[in-house]
Ligand binder design. Structure first.
Ligand SMILES: Cc1cc2nc3c(=O)[nH]c(=O)nc-3n(C[C@H](O)[C@H](O)[C@H](O)COP(=O)(O)O)c2cc1C
Length: 387
């Protein structure tokens, strides 16, 4: 059993144990990957204030996200094809999150279906929706999420057209992978992945195949996806979906003050300041850089979460200190899953939790709910002057 001390350790194992096609799918951004890189490097520009002689006993990271109790204010982000990183990946990640006491978000583009995850977990999870042209399909999946007891709908607003990720095109990404000679050669070194995959029935898009009209196999699915994401999605659609869902609504992919104001106006319970982990608009600013202006604009009207670039408890602390109520992690837990399955997701959560706990103590705080801007040192030009 390797000694895991950081998310980077899990990332190295993820790379070694997972087919290249799926590791690359996770570890890439769109086009030049500038935004993908900035998401992480902008966190490095923020420094922490060391405080001393403060009683560090009785520390707590417990908090709430959209009114739900959490062990720490972090949720697992929706990640498509998670069940290709490791067999039954969504079930494994959801179970790890449940045991740890943080929310898991299931992607529309998951391998395990809503019903699969509900059957293998006890607590409610969050469901992420991509809006499709097929209204019947959208109505139906909202009903399925309700029936499964999902406690929030996470509506993703920054992917109506797919940002191009070069590696996916070069690798010929499919789920399950097509058995070309390079794929077979790669799989020969990833035998553990292959054995587990042979033992599960869940190898294609569980929320779609068998549920959407005309999609009963993988060949028709890729073209269906390209045709079906609805490019007409607008704030009116958001309002209608809010009504249809009737429960807690989280709007994901907000990166602009004007959009944040609209999100607050339509009555979202929370927004996620996010650029989709640098996978959509390359050239957009990092989430952490956009956070302060969004907090200033709507911080008193709507709960603000942030994702994109979080790889440690220090990053998490910085986001909270800068005004986020909570964070989401994507790649950080996928590295854990690819490395060691459910145990790896737990490991990722433990690593981040320990880093958060120790860091807050060394910053002189005992309670995650008391974090504020005083804990961090931010360069004067951090937000930048953009015209
Ligand atoms: C491999 C991968 C697949 C993703 N799939 C989805 C998805 O299906 N739906 C969605 O809303 N976001 C998706 N995202 C974006 C994440 O929800 C999240 O915004 C992002 O991963 C945060 O950045 P981080 O990976 O740096 O933590 C995906 C991200 C990755 C890395």
């Amino acid at each position: 059993m390797p000694v895991i001390t950081s998310i980077d350790d899990l990332k190295r194992l993820h790379k070694r144990r997972t087919p290249k096609m799926f590791y690359d799918y996770c570890e890439s951004g769109s086009w030049t990957e500038q935004t993908f890189r900035d998401n992480e490097s902008d966190f490095d520009k923020i420094r922490l204030r060391q405080r001393i002689a403060v009683d560090m006993t009785n520390r707590t990271t417990a908090s709430t996200l959209i009114g739900q109790d959490v062990t720490m204010p972090l949720a697992l982000a929706p990640v498509g094809l998670t069940g290709m990183q490791r067999a039954d990946g969504e079930i494994k990640a959801a179970r790890a999150a449940e045991k740890f006491g943080v929310p898991f978000t299931l992607s529309t583009m998951s391998i395990c279906s809503i019903e699969d995850v509900a059957e293998h977990t006890e607590k409610p999870f969050w469901f992420q929706l991509y809006v499709m042209r097929d209204e019947e399909y959208v109505d139906n999946i909202i009903e399925r999420a309700k029936r499964a007891g999902c406690s929030a709908l996470v509506l993703t607003l920054d992917l109506q057209i797919l940002g191009q990720r070069h590696k996916d095109l070069k690798n010929g990404l499919t789920a399950p992978p097509k058995m070309t000679p390079p794929v077979i050669a790669d799989l020969a070194t990833k035998w553990r992945w292959g054995i587990e995959m042979l033992q599960t029935k869940r190898r294609s898009f569980g929320n779609i195949v068998g549920h959407a009209k005309g999609v009963d196999n993988m060949n028709s699915l890729s073209s269906w996806t390209a045709e079906q994401f609805d490019p007409r999605l607008d704030w009116d659609t958001v309002r209608k979906l809010k009504e249809k869902w009737g429960g807690k609504l989280i709007l994901k992919g907000i990166l602009d003050v004007e959009d944040a104001k609209m999100a607050a106006e339509v009555g979202a319970d929370a927004i996620i300041v996010s650029n989709h982990g640098g996978r959509q608009l390359d050239g957009a600013l990092s989430s952490i850089r956009m956070l302060p202006s969004i907090v200033r604009a709507v911080g008193d009207k709507v709960e603000i979460h942030l994702d994109s670039g979080i790889r440690s408890g220090q990053d998490m602390l910085k986001a909270l200190a800068m005004g986020a109520k909570g964070v989401m992690i994507g790649r950080a837990y996928i590295h854990g899953l690819g490395a060691m399955g459910e145990e790896g997701v737990t490991k990722a959560l433990e690593v981040i939790h320990r880093e958060l706990d120790i860091t807050m103590a060394l910053c002189g705080r005992r309670d995650v709910n008391t974090f504020d801007r005083d804990m961090v040192l931010v360069p004067e030009d951090f937000e930048g002057r953009w015209a």
